[in-house]
Design a protein around this ligand. Structure first.
Ligand code: GLN
Length: 541
């Protein structure tokens, strides 16, 4: 029997609903329960794949190739449960399904309406693929009061009735501190809950984000006005590291209150040792290293959420704090790279799209190669490192990617281009931008005796992809003669997956996104090794 927990947010956005959901999932899991987390997003995009990382943050890719909300990354990092396509839905996808059915005539002449057709589709999504889970946590995106959220709230209200004792509602709000009055204010929470109740949802538990302790008197007041038990008003205070959130929520009684609301009285106590270890390592590092991330969306850290976390995980494994210097690659196109990169212990060029700033990233790769600074190229960062090697090591002056337009030497291009007589004409006739990339998990075979072979400690791996262009296999021989090793290939040998430079202490480019699979208690081996190389680099200074 699966129990459902619905998590909504009120007052303002960006309260960390995704993290709160992930942390609750982790706590229930720590008590031995099987959990799964889902995100229901009210916006009209079919998926976040086409949304700008500036607006929406990173697109998180699942093994089964779905482009999803970045909260799924939190879920996976906190619970270790691999997310799937069936864990994220948007209004856009729901409407797309319904309209397709309507055009096919599936509704037999009936009128198609928000209630019941849209709400039924939302309920079906929430209830799908229960996998014998003890708990399924469904986070509703957006904030109470948004027009788009209404069908979702109506759907979970109905589920509340249908599931009865097996449904629970948690509402996350903000209790602001007004400095001029020297007071915490509960009114926004009261209003938010009032709004929720007007839709027919009475929250069972309130989580109150607050920058300082919430006194008992205020908790009592919130409980009274919002019609919840006093112990079910859980303060959610700011913490130094996100990995502390499960521990603090447990102290505040969150998991206990959830179990109580479900009338579960025989739950085992949570095993929190692994979380305590992670937090201790984050809080008490033995040293520090600085990594430059040379990218495009450096103004918004959420655009590289998983990357940021994976670097932290690499630090946890090496007992060091990782300072990240976010550098906009365009600065290297006009200024001397040395200025910015002289004091960093590692350079990472992450995934990216388009021409802008690409030459700057190539300049960063040149600097890393010449100065023997550890270099980690991810996806775009790998493709640009290959172009760099082609130009500087193999003497192929016109080397480029057809992503930037036709070129003399398409060292990176669409597979269809070189498999059809080598024309570099950009052949993509897709008018649809969504879902046209190579997405999801693909296997790769590692070369024995290579650096990556040693790092992974096995011969075959599976990693997640999100890209359209590939390193052109026709240049392999020339690049290998010039000193770049193709150490990871697709099993059929057609697609380069990993390159490394054996004449360099740590210079690795990967076509996939290893950051998506890194977890605090199971850091990705490439990040562990990269940070270790950065620690060694720091000792050279
Ligand atoms: N723009 C490149 C491609 O489409 C790389 C994509 C990425 O880094 N995720 O292949």
């Amino acid at each position: 029997m699966t129990r459902f927990i619905f998590i909504t947010g009120g007052v303002v956005s960006s309260l960390g609903k995704g993290l709160a959901s992930a942390a609750l999932g982790a706590l229930l899991q720590a008590r031995g329960y099987k959990v799964r987390l889902r995100k229901l997003d009210p916006y009209l995009n079919v998926d976040p794949g086409t949304m700008s990382p500036y607006q929406h943050g990173e697109v998180y890719v699942t093994d089964d190739g779905a482009e999803t909300d970045l909260d799924l990354g939190h879920y996976e990092r906190f619970t270790g449960v691999a997310s799937r396509r069936s864990d994220n839905v948007t209004s856009g996808r729901i409407y797309q399904q319904i309209i397709t059915k309507e055009r096919r005539g599936d509704y037999l002449g009936g009128t198609v309406q928000v209630i019941p057709h849209v709400t039924d589709a939302i309920k079906a999504f929430a209830l799908d693929e229960q996998d014998d889970c003890d708990f399924i946590l469904c986070e509703i995106g957006g904030t109470i009061g948004d027009i788009e959220s209404l069908p979702f709230l109506e759907a979970i209200r109905q589920l509340g009735n249908e599931l009865g004792d097996n449904a629970l509602f948690i509402h996350l709000t903000l209790v602001p501190y007004i400095a001029s009055a020297g007071e915490l204010k509960t009114k926004p929470t009261q209003h938010s809950v009032k709004e929720l109740r007007s839709i027919g949802i009475q929250p069972d538990i309130l989580m109150c984000r607050c920058e300082r302790e919430i006194p008992a008197s205020e908790r009592k007041k919130i409980a009274l006005f919002c019609n919840v038990r006093e112990e079910a008003v859980i303060p959610a205070l700011d913490v130094a590291t996100i990995y502390e959130v499960p521990l603090r929520y447990h102290e505040q009684g969150l998991d206990t209150q959830v179990l109580k609301a479900f009338r579960i009285d025989d739950a085992p106590p949570p095993v929190l040792g692994p979380w305590e270890t992670v937090v201790k390592r984050v809080r008490e590092p033995e040293g520090e290293v600085t990594i430059a991330v040379v990218g495009k969306y450096t103004g918004l850290k959420d655009a590289y959420k998983s990357l940021q976390e994976a670097l932290i995980h690499g630090g946890i494994a090496n007992n060091v704090h990782v300072n990240i210097e976010w550098l906009d690659s365009e600065i290297f196109e006009s200024e001397d790279a040395v200025l910015y990169l002289e004091n960093v212990h590692g350079i990472l060029v992450p995934g990216g799209f388009g021409n802008r700033g690409a030459e700057g990233k190539i300049a960063a790769a040149t600097f890393a190669r010449l100065r023997h600074v550890p270099y980690f190229g991810i996806c775009f960062g790998m493709q640009l490192a290959v172009i760099e090697a082609a130009r500087s090591l193999a003497g192929i002056a016109g080397a480029s990617s057809t992503e930037f337009g036709p070129c003399d030497d398409p060292v990176v291009g669409l597979m269809t281009e070189w498999e059809h007589g080598g024309s570099t004409e950009v052949r993509s006739t897709d008018s649809d931008m969504g879902g046209t990339l190579r997405l999801g998990a693909y296997p790769a075979v590692l070369l024995a005796n290579s650096q990556v072979g040693g790092i992974y400690g096995r011969g075959e791996i599976s990693e997640r992809h999100r890209h359209r262009y590939e390193v052109n296999i026709n240049y392999r021989d020339r690049l290998e003669q010039a000193g770049l090793l193709f150490s990871g290939m697709s099993p059929d040998g057609r697609l380069p997956e990993i390159v490394e430079n054996p004449d360099h202490p740590w210079f690795i480019g990967v076509q996939f996104h290893p950051e998506l699979k890194s977890k605090p208690f199971d850091p990705h081996p490439l990040f562990v090794s990269f940070i270790r190389a950065a620690v060694e680099q720091s000792r050279l200074f």
